[in-house]
Design a binder for this molecule. Structure first.
Ligand code: UT7
Length: 330
């Protein structure tokens, strides 16, 4: 029996309307538009309104996918929801989305791998298609980073934004699909990027709130160094492993944490910046949503064609990192 391959057959996305520009942030903390642009590549980001949870965006992204690709929600068999900002710790946000979109025959769960969340969730979803267990798997990446960002901390508030996007996985009908993946974790990196409060280690108290333990903490420089090396290494590794050269690649689809990390990864792969998907300038770091939002927008704009080789690559808290080789199927 020939191997079943998983293919991305539909995409959807959603970003909130409210824009937080660098000029707006200049009024909140001591920083400048010039510093933010030159050190990160970010000009603005989108923020969801208070009271609207992560699922608000994810439901709209999923509905966008269902409508535009003519997919019936009852046909979805599994929902894998990647996020570090679930609506609540439980029930899972997968359950909330399942109910809202009418995916009455699906099971599902949430998955945490921070900025590598979508890469880990996509690889997990692929296994359910390749094994023959399921025929339609919805993989969602969504984060409301504004809900865990301290807007008085200039080290972090310049970086993050809110967004959601999703892909549908189905058995491939041709030679295209998700070809290979390489994933890593290293818990030694945990001390550089985390949120201390709210879990079983530090349940919420007045003290955890006073000490700002429910916000992201990041020691930027070590994370920057590890991300630059990790993303570049794993991207080069997946190309070498599969005998791919820069000429074979249509697009690098990197996690969008810092334009300098993206440039370093492209340079290591030997691909020019015209072959790199970028949305960091307009959305900032939307954590698990950066990569599917790139796929969604470039697909919608007709910039990717069936058969194009994409290298998806990420690095995030944990540390977590990885790369996926996809031959585009839409
Ligand atoms: O997505 C998950 C993975 N995350 C990442 O990959 C993020 C990795 N880290 C980074 O992207 C960068 O480290 C940052 C963008 C967070 C920071 O950039 P940096 O070039 O590493 O800056 P730095 O922390 O070394 O700070 C350089 C200077 C410092 O001033 P002094 O000590 O040299 O006087 C900071 O105080 O820049 C100062 N600074 C700022 N100045 C203006 C830090 N934040 C700001 C700011 N505006 N917002």
């Amino acid at each position: 029996m020939s191997k079943i391959r998983a293919a991305i057959t539909a995409v959807g996305g959603f970003v909130p309307e409210r824009v937080l520009s660098n000029k707006d942030i200049e009024k909140m903390v001591e920083t400048s538009d010039a510093w933010i642009k030159s050190r990160t590549g970010i000009s603005e980001r989108r923020l969801l309104e208070p009271g609207q949870p992560t699922s608000f965006m994810a439901i709209r992204a999923a509905q966008d996918m269902l409508k535009n690709h003519n997919v019936s929600p009852e046909d979805i068999e599994l929902i894998i929801f990647s996020t570090v900002t679930p609506d609540m710790l439980f029930p899972s946000t997968a359950c909330i989305v399942q109910d809202a979109i009418g995916a009455t025959n699906a099971w599902g769960y949430d998955l945490i791998a921070a900025c590598s969340g979508f890469v880990f969730a996509l690889t997990t979803g692929v296994q359910f298609i390749e094994s023959g267990k399921h025929k339609k798997v919805l993989v969602i990446g969504a984060d409301k980073m504004s809900s865990i960002t301290d807007y008085s901390d200039r080290n972090n508030c310049i970086l993050f934004g809110d967004g959601a996007a999703c892909v549908l996985l189905e058995p491939s009908q041709d030679e295209n699909g998700v070809m290979d993946s390489i994933l890593h974790i290293d818990g030694k990196g945990g001390k550089y990027l985390y949120m201390l409060g709210g879990g079983s280690l530090n349940p919420p108290t007045h003290e955890t709130v006073d000490k700002k333990m429910h916000y992201i903490f990041q020691d930027g420089q070590p994370v920057f160094k590890a991300a630059t090396k990790g993303m570049a290494d794993v991207s080069a590794e997946i190309m070498e492993k599969n005998g791919l050269t820069a000429d074979d690649i249509k697009y690098l689809v990197p996690h969008q944490a810092n334009m300098r990390i993206i440039t370093a990864t492209a340079s290591r792969m030997g691909v020019g910046m015209e072959k790199v998907m970028v949305n960091i300038h307009k959305y900032g770091n939307t954590t698990t949503a950066t990569i599917p939002l790139c796929l969604y927008e470039y697909c919608k704009e007709g910039k990717i064609q069936k058969g194009d080789n994409l290298i998806i690559s990420s690095f995030g808290a944990g540390y977590t990192w990885g790369a996926i080789w996809v031959k585009w199927s839409i």
